[in-house]
Design a protein around this ligand. Structure first.
Ligand code: P6P
Length: 333
Protein backbone atom coordinates (compact mmCIF):
# COMPACT_ATOMS: atom_id res chain seq x y z
CA UNK A 1 0.00 0.00 0.00
CA UNK A 2 1.54 3.35 -0.92
CA UNK A 3 1.83 5.51 2.18
CA UNK A 4 0.17 8.91 1.88
CA UNK A 5 1.60 11.24 4.51
CA UNK A 6 -0.51 13.61 6.55
CA UNK A 7 -1.65 16.85 4.97
CA UNK A 8 -0.12 20.13 6.12
CA UNK A 9 -3.31 20.94 8.02
CA UNK A 10 -3.39 17.56 9.82
CA UNK A 11 0.34 17.75 10.63
CA UNK A 12 -0.03 21.21 12.16
CA UNK A 13 -3.13 20.19 14.09
CA UNK A 14 -1.26 17.22 15.56
CA UNK A 15 1.79 19.41 16.31
CA UNK A 16 -0.35 22.03 18.03
CA UNK A 17 -1.94 19.40 20.27
CA UNK A 18 1.52 18.03 21.09
CA UNK A 19 3.67 21.19 21.22
CA UNK A 20 2.39 24.12 23.31
CA UNK A 21 5.00 26.29 21.53
CA UNK A 22 3.05 25.91 18.32
CA UNK A 23 0.11 28.16 19.07
CA UNK A 24 -3.09 27.60 17.12
CA UNK A 25 -2.72 31.07 15.60
CA UNK A 26 0.77 30.29 14.28
CA UNK A 27 -0.44 26.98 12.84
CA UNK A 28 -3.25 28.90 11.12
CA UNK A 29 -0.74 31.35 9.60
CA UNK A 30 1.42 28.52 8.22
CA UNK A 31 -1.66 26.94 6.61
CA UNK A 32 -2.48 30.37 5.14
CA UNK A 33 1.02 30.51 3.61
CA UNK A 34 0.25 27.14 2.06
CA UNK A 35 -2.91 28.52 0.52
CA UNK A 36 -1.04 31.51 -0.92
CA UNK A 37 1.60 29.11 -2.27
CA UNK A 38 -1.05 27.06 -4.09
CA UNK A 39 -2.29 30.23 -5.79
CA UNK A 40 1.26 31.23 -6.72
CA UNK A 41 2.12 27.74 -8.01
CA UNK A 42 -0.89 27.87 -10.33
CA UNK A 43 -0.08 31.35 -11.67
CA UNK A 44 3.65 30.63 -12.10
CA UNK A 45 2.80 27.48 -14.10
CA UNK A 46 0.57 29.40 -16.50
CA UNK A 47 2.30 32.83 -16.46
CA UNK A 48 3.37 32.58 -20.11
CA UNK A 49 -0.23 31.93 -21.13
CA UNK A 50 -1.82 34.79 -19.22
CA UNK A 51 0.63 37.62 -19.93
CA UNK A 52 2.39 37.54 -16.57
CA UNK A 53 5.98 37.25 -17.81
CA UNK A 54 8.33 40.19 -18.20
CA UNK A 55 9.03 43.39 -16.31
CA UNK A 56 6.71 45.99 -14.84
CA UNK A 57 9.18 48.78 -15.45
CA UNK A 58 9.87 50.01 -11.91
CA UNK A 59 12.51 48.67 -9.56
CA UNK A 60 11.64 47.22 -6.16
CA UNK A 61 12.65 48.94 -2.88
CA UNK A 62 16.09 47.33 -2.95
CA UNK A 63 16.78 48.28 -6.55
CA UNK A 64 16.05 44.93 -8.21
CA UNK A 65 14.20 44.95 -11.54
CA UNK A 66 10.56 44.11 -10.70
CA UNK A 67 8.81 41.38 -12.68
CA UNK A 68 5.05 41.13 -13.20
CA UNK A 69 5.12 37.93 -11.13
CA UNK A 70 6.90 39.79 -8.30
CA UNK A 71 4.00 42.23 -8.06
CA UNK A 72 1.37 39.50 -8.43
CA UNK A 73 3.06 37.31 -5.79
CA UNK A 74 3.25 40.20 -3.36
CA UNK A 75 -0.44 41.03 -3.90
CA UNK A 76 -1.44 37.38 -3.29
CA UNK A 77 0.63 37.06 -0.10
CA UNK A 78 -0.42 40.41 1.38
CA UNK A 79 -4.11 39.79 0.69
CA UNK A 80 -3.87 36.27 2.14
CA UNK A 81 -2.80 37.65 5.53
CA UNK A 82 -4.39 41.08 5.73
CA UNK A 83 -7.77 39.83 6.99
CA UNK A 84 -6.59 37.01 9.28
CA UNK A 85 -6.65 39.36 12.27
CA UNK A 86 -3.44 37.65 13.41
CA UNK A 87 -0.82 39.74 11.59
CA UNK A 88 0.17 43.16 12.98
CA UNK A 89 2.45 44.06 10.09
CA UNK A 90 4.06 42.79 6.90
CA UNK A 91 7.62 43.36 5.69
CA UNK A 92 8.03 42.42 2.04
CA UNK A 93 10.84 42.73 -0.48
CA UNK A 94 8.27 44.39 -2.73
CA UNK A 95 7.05 47.00 -0.20
CA UNK A 96 9.15 50.11 0.48
CA UNK A 97 7.83 50.44 4.03
CA UNK A 98 6.65 48.03 6.68
CA UNK A 99 2.86 47.74 6.19
CA UNK A 100 0.84 47.97 9.37
CA UNK A 101 -2.08 45.54 8.98
CA UNK A 102 -3.88 45.36 12.33
CA UNK A 103 -3.52 46.90 15.76
CA UNK A 104 -5.83 44.35 17.35
CA UNK A 105 -4.37 42.64 20.43
CA UNK A 106 -4.83 39.27 18.69
CA UNK A 107 -2.48 40.43 15.90
CA UNK A 108 0.64 39.13 17.56
CA UNK A 109 2.72 38.19 14.51
CA UNK A 110 4.81 40.08 11.98
CA UNK A 111 5.21 38.45 8.56
CA UNK A 112 8.52 38.98 6.76
CA UNK A 113 8.37 37.67 3.21
CA UNK A 114 10.14 37.49 -0.13
CA UNK A 115 7.07 36.63 -2.18
CA UNK A 116 9.04 35.56 -5.24
CA UNK A 117 12.70 34.67 -4.76
CA UNK A 118 14.77 34.18 -7.90
CA UNK A 119 12.43 36.10 -10.18
CA UNK A 120 15.20 36.48 -12.76
CA UNK A 121 14.22 32.89 -13.60
CA UNK A 122 10.53 33.53 -14.34
CA UNK A 123 10.86 34.18 -18.08
CA UNK A 124 13.16 31.18 -18.66
CA UNK A 125 11.06 28.61 -16.82
CA UNK A 126 13.61 28.30 -14.00
CA UNK A 127 12.82 27.40 -10.40
CA UNK A 128 11.62 30.22 -8.16
CA UNK A 129 10.45 30.32 -4.56
CA UNK A 130 8.80 32.18 -1.69
CA UNK A 131 10.60 32.75 1.61
CA UNK A 132 8.60 33.54 4.75
CA UNK A 133 8.99 34.04 8.48
CA UNK A 134 6.63 34.85 11.34
CA UNK A 135 8.00 36.91 14.23
CA UNK A 136 6.04 36.83 17.50
CA UNK A 137 5.68 40.40 18.83
CA UNK A 138 7.59 41.00 22.03
CA UNK A 139 4.98 43.27 23.59
CA UNK A 140 1.32 44.12 23.38
CA UNK A 141 2.49 47.55 22.19
CA UNK A 142 0.64 49.42 19.50
CA UNK A 143 1.53 49.15 15.82
CA UNK A 144 3.61 52.29 15.68
CA UNK A 145 6.47 50.56 17.46
CA UNK A 146 6.49 47.47 15.26
CA UNK A 147 9.76 48.52 13.59
CA UNK A 148 11.41 48.78 16.99
CA UNK A 149 10.22 45.23 17.72
CA UNK A 150 13.00 43.80 15.62
CA UNK A 151 15.59 45.86 17.45
CA UNK A 152 14.00 44.61 20.68
CA UNK A 153 14.39 41.06 19.46
CA UNK A 154 10.94 39.94 18.36
CA UNK A 155 11.09 36.15 18.49
CA UNK A 156 11.37 34.28 15.20
CA UNK A 157 8.57 31.77 15.80
CA UNK A 158 8.41 29.97 12.44
CA UNK A 159 10.02 30.22 9.02
CA UNK A 160 10.19 28.39 5.74
CA UNK A 161 10.24 28.47 2.00
CA UNK A 162 8.21 27.22 -0.95
CA UNK A 163 10.06 26.01 -4.03
CA UNK A 164 8.12 26.17 -7.30
CA UNK A 165 10.10 23.62 -9.31
CA UNK A 166 9.23 20.36 -11.07
CA UNK A 167 7.10 19.90 -7.96
CA UNK A 168 5.95 22.49 -5.46
CA UNK A 169 7.40 21.82 -2.01
CA UNK A 170 6.98 23.78 1.20
CA UNK A 171 9.69 23.35 3.85
CA UNK A 172 9.14 25.00 7.21
CA UNK A 173 9.96 24.82 10.89
CA UNK A 174 8.34 26.12 14.08
CA UNK A 175 11.43 25.21 16.08
CA UNK A 176 10.88 21.46 16.12
CA UNK A 177 12.94 20.35 13.12
CA UNK A 178 12.46 21.05 9.41
CA UNK A 179 9.84 19.18 7.39
CA UNK A 180 8.93 19.25 3.70
CA UNK A 181 5.43 19.01 2.22
CA UNK A 182 4.88 18.37 -1.49
CA UNK A 183 1.80 19.79 -3.20
CA UNK A 184 -0.50 17.17 -4.69
CA UNK A 185 -1.97 19.38 -7.39
CA UNK A 186 -4.83 16.94 -8.07
CA UNK A 187 -5.95 16.83 -4.43
CA UNK A 188 -4.96 20.45 -3.71
CA UNK A 189 -3.16 19.53 -0.49
CA UNK A 190 0.45 19.75 0.72
CA UNK A 191 1.44 16.23 1.83
CA UNK A 192 4.33 15.41 4.20
CA UNK A 193 7.09 14.08 1.92
CA UNK A 194 10.41 15.02 3.58
CA UNK A 195 10.15 14.39 7.35
CA UNK A 196 12.85 15.68 9.71
CA UNK A 197 15.24 16.95 7.02
CA UNK A 198 18.89 16.45 8.06
CA UNK A 199 21.51 18.47 6.21
CA UNK A 200 24.61 16.24 5.62
CA UNK A 201 27.66 17.70 7.46
CA UNK A 202 29.48 17.97 4.09
CA UNK A 203 28.50 17.41 0.51
CA UNK A 204 29.46 17.53 -3.18
CA UNK A 205 28.02 20.95 -4.06
CA UNK A 206 28.65 24.64 -3.64
CA UNK A 207 26.44 27.47 -4.87
CA UNK A 208 27.95 30.88 -5.67
CA UNK A 209 27.99 33.46 -8.46
CA UNK A 210 31.54 32.91 -9.78
CA UNK A 211 31.04 36.02 -11.88
CA UNK A 212 31.95 37.88 -8.68
CA UNK A 213 35.08 35.73 -8.03
CA UNK A 214 37.43 38.58 -8.95
CA UNK A 215 35.75 40.84 -6.38
CA UNK A 216 36.06 38.43 -3.44
CA UNK A 217 38.69 38.39 -0.70
CA UNK A 218 41.80 36.27 -1.18
CA UNK A 219 40.63 34.00 1.67
CA UNK A 220 37.35 33.34 -0.04
CA UNK A 221 38.90 32.75 -3.44
CA UNK A 222 41.30 30.28 -1.82
CA UNK A 223 38.43 28.48 -0.08
CA UNK A 224 36.43 28.16 -3.29
CA UNK A 225 39.58 26.98 -5.13
CA UNK A 226 39.90 24.25 -2.47
CA UNK A 227 36.25 23.27 -2.88
CA UNK A 228 36.80 22.83 -6.61
CA UNK A 229 40.10 20.97 -6.12
CA UNK A 230 38.74 18.74 -3.34
CA UNK A 231 40.57 20.25 -0.37
CA UNK A 232 40.05 19.71 3.38
CA UNK A 233 36.49 21.13 3.46
CA UNK A 234 35.10 18.11 1.66
CA UNK A 235 37.99 15.82 0.76
CA UNK A 236 36.61 15.58 -2.77
CA UNK A 237 36.11 17.99 -5.67
CA UNK A 238 32.83 19.88 -5.37
CA UNK A 239 30.48 20.69 -8.24
CA UNK A 240 29.07 24.16 -8.77
CA UNK A 241 25.27 24.29 -8.73
CA UNK A 242 24.00 27.89 -8.95
CA UNK A 243 20.49 28.50 -10.29
CA UNK A 244 19.90 32.18 -9.49
CA UNK A 245 17.34 31.23 -6.83
CA UNK A 246 18.49 30.90 -3.22
CA UNK A 247 15.51 28.66 -2.46
CA UNK A 248 16.42 26.09 -5.13
CA UNK A 249 20.14 26.12 -4.33
CA UNK A 250 19.70 25.83 -0.58
CA UNK A 251 17.04 23.12 -0.95
CA UNK A 252 19.57 20.98 -2.80
CA UNK A 253 22.31 21.67 -0.26
CA UNK A 254 20.01 20.83 2.66
CA UNK A 255 19.05 17.48 1.13
CA UNK A 256 22.34 16.41 -0.47
CA UNK A 257 24.97 18.44 1.38
CA UNK A 258 26.77 21.58 0.29
CA UNK A 259 26.97 25.32 0.90
CA UNK A 260 25.52 28.47 -0.63
CA UNK A 261 27.68 31.59 -0.54
CA UNK A 262 26.76 35.19 -1.26
CA UNK A 263 29.84 37.02 0.10
CA UNK A 264 30.49 40.73 0.21
CA UNK A 265 32.10 42.11 -2.94
CA UNK A 266 32.96 45.50 -4.45
CA UNK A 267 29.37 45.97 -5.68
CA UNK A 268 27.78 44.55 -2.51
CA UNK A 269 30.05 45.51 0.43
CA UNK A 270 27.37 44.32 2.89
CA UNK A 271 26.26 41.40 0.74
CA UNK A 272 23.23 41.36 -1.56
CA UNK A 273 20.67 39.23 0.23
CA UNK A 274 18.22 40.77 2.69
CA UNK A 275 18.49 39.77 6.33
CA UNK A 276 14.86 39.87 7.45
CA UNK A 277 13.07 38.06 4.63
CA UNK A 278 15.78 35.99 2.94
CA UNK A 279 18.74 35.20 5.20
CA UNK A 280 17.12 34.88 8.65
CA UNK A 281 14.29 32.53 7.54
CA UNK A 282 16.70 30.36 5.56
CA UNK A 283 19.15 30.36 8.47
CA UNK A 284 16.36 29.20 10.79
CA UNK A 285 15.57 26.30 8.48
CA UNK A 286 19.24 25.42 7.93
CA UNK A 287 19.90 25.24 11.68
CA UNK A 288 16.74 23.23 12.30
CA UNK A 289 18.07 20.75 9.72
CA UNK A 290 21.47 20.56 11.48
CA UNK A 291 23.24 23.03 9.20
CA UNK A 292 24.70 26.48 9.87
CA UNK A 293 24.30 30.04 8.58
CA UNK A 294 26.69 32.96 9.14
CA UNK A 295 27.57 36.29 7.61
CA UNK A 296 31.14 35.04 7.32
CA UNK A 297 31.83 35.74 10.99
CA UNK A 298 28.64 35.83 13.07
CA UNK A 299 25.56 33.60 13.23
CA UNK A 300 22.86 35.07 11.01
CA UNK A 301 20.18 34.51 13.67
CA UNK A 302 22.17 36.67 16.09
CA UNK A 303 22.09 39.67 13.74
CA UNK A 304 19.67 42.50 14.55
CA UNK A 305 18.48 44.49 11.54
CA UNK A 306 18.80 48.26 11.67
CA UNK A 307 16.35 48.60 8.77
CA UNK A 308 13.80 46.31 7.14
CA UNK A 309 15.72 45.95 3.84
CA UNK A 310 19.16 45.60 5.40
CA UNK A 311 21.43 43.18 3.54
CA UNK A 312 24.03 40.77 4.89
CA UNK A 313 26.63 38.43 3.44
CA UNK A 314 25.38 34.83 3.61
CA UNK A 315 27.25 31.55 4.06
CA UNK A 316 24.75 28.74 4.64
CA UNK A 317 24.48 24.95 4.51
CA UNK A 318 26.55 21.96 5.62
CA UNK A 319 28.07 22.44 9.05
CA UNK A 320 31.54 20.96 8.47
CA UNK A 321 32.04 22.90 5.23
CA UNK A 322 31.27 26.19 6.99
CA UNK A 323 33.51 25.17 9.93
CA UNK A 324 36.31 24.60 7.41
CA UNK A 325 35.76 28.06 5.88
CA UNK A 326 35.96 29.67 9.31
CA UNK A 327 39.13 27.75 10.24
CA UNK A 328 40.72 28.91 7.01
CA UNK A 329 39.69 32.52 7.61
CA UNK A 330 41.00 32.37 11.21
CA UNK A 331 44.40 31.14 9.89
CA UNK A 332 44.39 33.98 7.39
CA UNK A 333 44.10 31.70 4.37
P1 P6P B 1 23.03 37.20 -8.51
C1 P6P B 1 17.56 36.42 -6.22
O1 P6P B 1 17.46 37.79 -6.59
C2 P6P B 1 18.55 36.33 -5.09
O2 P6P B 1 18.10 37.12 -4.03
C3 P6P B 1 18.77 34.88 -4.68
O3 P6P B 1 17.63 34.11 -4.76
C4 P6P B 1 19.83 34.42 -5.65
O4 P6P B 1 20.62 33.34 -5.15
C5 P6P B 1 20.67 35.68 -5.82
O5 P6P B 1 19.82 36.80 -5.54
C6 P6P B 1 21.20 35.82 -7.23
O6 P6P B 1 21.99 36.98 -7.28
O7 P6P B 1 23.76 38.46 -8.16
O8 P6P B 1 23.92 35.98 -8.54
O9 P6P B 1 22.17 37.28 -9.76
Amino acid sequence: MTSYGPTLTRYLGDAHRGTPRLEAELAELIVEMGTAAKALAREIRRAALVGRLGLVGEKNPTGDAQKKLDVYSNDVVVSAFEDTGLVAAIVSEELEQLRVVSCASAARYILCVDPLDGSSNTDVNGSVGSIFSFYRRSAEGDCTDVETEFAGGAELAAAGYVMYGPSTIMVFSHGDGANGFTLDHDVGEFILSHEAIQCPPRGPYFSANLGNYHAWSDDLRGFVDDLIAGGPATGRPCSLRYTGALVADLHRNLLEGGIYLYPPDENHPRGKLRLLYECAPMAFIAEQAGGRATDGADRVLDLTPASIHQTTPLFIGSREMLDSFERRAARGG
